[in-house]
Design a protein around this ligand. Structure first.
Ligand code: ADP
Ligand code: MG
Length: 689
């Protein structure tokens, strides 16, 4: 079968499997194998085994118990078993007529008639029909694309010239890697003496080579991205210290060592004439905001604008209020822009941004919509970046382009991009940082401001709800403030809202002596802001909230949090929520109310969150529980996931791939290019050409 003759229907099915090029066929590797290299005597077959038998059909009938079934008996010299088909064609019935010699491959089970195979793969044979020489691959596939079709396409691809070695011999020797062509051939058609276990567990040297190649391709592409970026232009924002020093002096606290160190890293990047792309990681409450503001001031000192974008209205508004207080003494008045502003106010804000009158813009993603154009954007800051989709982040790049050519003679190119600072409290385990974030520079705030007392976490079964209620009452009466986080309803926003309203009503009745507020995602923004301000000012004692408070909300006097139906929440979410308390000097408590019985995964999550308050440790465990896709928000991140390697299990290979990537780019750029071409999407050997 020539690739060019693949039917459009098959092409579209292949595309569903991510196969667009002939080379993709080579990398479409088997899930498992069937052993058709030898025949098992029927008498030796055990229930549960998948194997191949051969014999004569001694009985064949269409039975109606309970459904129309083709039932055949197959006999060899040692014994007999039944073959059963629920859906079958007349031709099959003919094939399986009494007296025919048949080879059947399938899983044996004990059924109504004794040992049987349901829907085995059958083939008419005679005594001389040879056995397969290698294990038969079973590929991941999609409806309507049968294994034999895939096998044939892949076998054809293996005949082509696409198996050239991309890596230099010295590297293969050093890392003790097998050749690419040998590895690929072996995985598609292993000979029977190869350990099926090593293949299935992907520990065989051939697998090791493929995993290494995949990790290497990922590393190379990240490096290439990084390089491309460092060739682009950005304004060099050198630190003058005029504004930054004044803010630092005015702050009611001293920066921690970690804040100073990360700030220095950011500041150094900003001074470069190439766009910074830095991720500032720090656990909840580690004080990322002030680092971001100081970076913004460095841009402003240089006559550039800065923008701070937050994923929720609540958080954006909180930033706005805090920064207004901090910056007012410096004579800087931030502008606020969100989707909820009245049309006229939005327009006004946009005008102030476009004219350059505004030096600092704060808001939600509304800041980066098309209508808003910056006069001279030097730095874009994205808070809680993991909450944004890739599209929104990419929109940032475009904002700096060509905005300022007239006003600054030194700006020569319309390629100018703003610097970017991303912040996240979702800590990234080392392996994730090394792989998916390898094109970013990362600064870590690994120290909390002094004077914090760690939050105590309690797991409480819902049966003891009354005690929890007493606890909340006592705390609030004693002058503390508390959050009550409503159960998460994933399926529907309407239900989520209803649950929030009901919880609010119920808790209002439970605590007639307390001032209770409610905040949820569907409140209009003015209302949301009013509630948050009241809570912050201590006018409300108990805040019933949905997970909208998950990110960024900062009310130091709140020291008690109850998370209702904690078993429904993810680890990262629980950690973020818990981070809303423990922000002041008072001992804080987080109560995880759970409903019994607990599913195993939920139990595992609660145990982790109970035992650890270290965001990095939690993220590491989360990675193991859920895999990188979830942690990265892969559904929206658009990051190509690894297919073969597993970054937690293959950490050693990842390290090697990282080193090899540097070496290849430096010493063997042509190898690097060939390797990337094999593994990345921009190849030219399209299937249909
Ligand atoms: P996050 O990293 O979670 O965004 P924030 O920037 O909101 O944390 O800071 C949490 C709280 O700690 C804020 O109230 C902030 O003003 C305060 N803070 C930040 N840095 C320090 C510091 N060095 N010393 C004391 N308090 C600090
Ligand atoms: Mg924050």
């Amino acid at each position: 079968m020539q690739p060019s003759r693949i039917s459009p229907a098959t092409l579209s099915k292949l595309a569903k499997l991510g196969i667009h090029h002939r080379a993709d066929l080579l990398l479409h590797l088997p899930l498992r194998y069937e052993d058709e290299t030898h025949l098992a005597p029927i008498a030796s077959v055990q229930s549960g085994e998948t194997l191949q038998v051969q014999g004569i059909i001694t009985h064949s009938e269409i039975a109606f118990r309970p459904r129309r079934t083709l039932l055949c008996r197959l006999q060899d010299s040692s014994g007999e078993l039944y073959l059963r088909f629920l859906n079958f064609y007349p031709s099959q019935q003919k094939q399986l007529a009494v007296g025919r010699q048949i080879r059947a491959v399938g899983e044996a089970r004990t059924g109504y008639y004794g040992l049987e195979m349901v829907h085995p793969k059958c083939r008419g044979v005679d005594d001389g029909t040879p056995l397969q020489q290698s294990l038969t691959p079973v590929y991941p596939t999609t409806a309507g694309l049968a294994q034999p079709v895939l096998r044939k396409l892949i076998a054809n691809a293996l005949e082509t010239q696409l198996l050239s070695e991309t890596l230099p011999d010295a590297l293969l020797d050093k890392l003790n890697l097998t050749g690419f062509a040998d590895s690929i051939r072996l995985l598609h058609s292993p000979t029977p003496e190869i350990s099926a276990r090593a293949l299935e567990q992907r520990s065989h040297p051939a697998w090791r080579r493929i995993k290494f190649d995949e990790l290497l391709a990922q590393q190379l592409s990240m490096r290439v991205h990084h390089r491309e970026r460092s060739r682009r232009n950005a304004p060099a924002l050198v630190p003058h210290g005029k504004l930054t020093a004044r803010l630092i002096k005015n702050l009611p606290f001293a920066l921690t060592g970690a804040q100073q160190r990360t700030l220095a890293e950011v500041s150094r990047d900003l001074a470069q004439p190439h766009p910074m792309q830095r991720l500032l990681l720090g656990d909840v409450g580690s004080g990322k905001t002030v680092v971001a503001v100081l970076a913004a001031l460095q841009a402003i000192e240089n006559g550039y604008q800065a923008a701070l974008m937050a994923p929720t209205e609540i958080l954006a508004e909180q930033h706005y209020l805090k920064l207004r207080d901090w910056l007012e003494p410096l004579g800087i008045e931030p502008v606020w822009l969100s989707g909820s502003l009245k049309k006229k106010d939005k327009q006004l804000a946009a005008e102030r941004i476009a004219s350059g009158e505004t030096l600092l813009a704060i808001g939600t993603h509304a800041l980066f919509q098309q209508q808003v154009s910056f006069h001279k954007l030097g730095l874009a800051i994205v808070d809680e970046q993991h909450k944004f989709g890739v599209q929104q982040r990419l929109a940032l790049h475009k904002k700096g382009k060509g905005a300022s050519a007239e006003t600054d003679a030194s700006i020569t190119s319309s390629q100018r991009q703003p610097h970017q600072l991303m912040m996240s409290a979702t800590p990234i385990p080392r392996t994730l940082a090394m792989s998916y974030y390898a094109d970013l520079d990362v600064s870590v705030i690994d120290e909390l401001p002094p004077g914090r007392t760690p939050v105590i976490t309690k797991l409480v079964s819902d049966e003891r709800r009354d005690e929890v209620i007493d606890r909340v009452r006592a705390a609030c009466i004693a002058g503390q403030q508390a959050y009550w986080v409503c159960p998460l309803i994933d399926e529907s926003e309407t239900l989520q809202l209803q649950t929030a309203l009901e919880t609010y009503q119920l808790l209002g009745e439970t605590f007639p002596e307390l001032r209770v507020g409610l905040v949820h995602g569907k409140l209009d923004n003015a209302e949301k802001a009013r509630v948050m301000t009241a809570f912050k000012a201590g006018e409300l004692q108990l805040l019933v909230a949905t997970t909208v408070i998950e990110v960024g909300v900062d009310v130091p006097n709140a020291s008690l949090m109850v998370i209702d139906h904690a078993e429904r929440m993810g680890l990262a979410q629980l950690h973020q929520l818990r981070g809303r308390v423990g922000r002041g000097a008072a001992q804080s408590l987080c109560i995880l109310l759970y409903q019994q019985p607990l599913a195993e995964l939920a139990r595992a999550r609660l145990k982790i969150i109970f035992e650890s308050t270290d965001g990095f440790a939690i993220a590491q465990q989360d990675l193991q529980l859920r895999g990188p896709g979830e942690l990265l928000g892969a559904r929206q991140s658009g990051v190509a996931m690894l297919r073969f390697a597993d970054i937690s299990a293959d950490e050693e290979l990842l390290d090697r791939a990282r080193q090899a990537a540097d070496q290849l780019l430096r010493d063997h750029p042509e190898s690097a290019r060939a390797h990337l071409q094999r593994w990345m999407a921009n190849r030219h050997d399209y299937l249909h050409v």
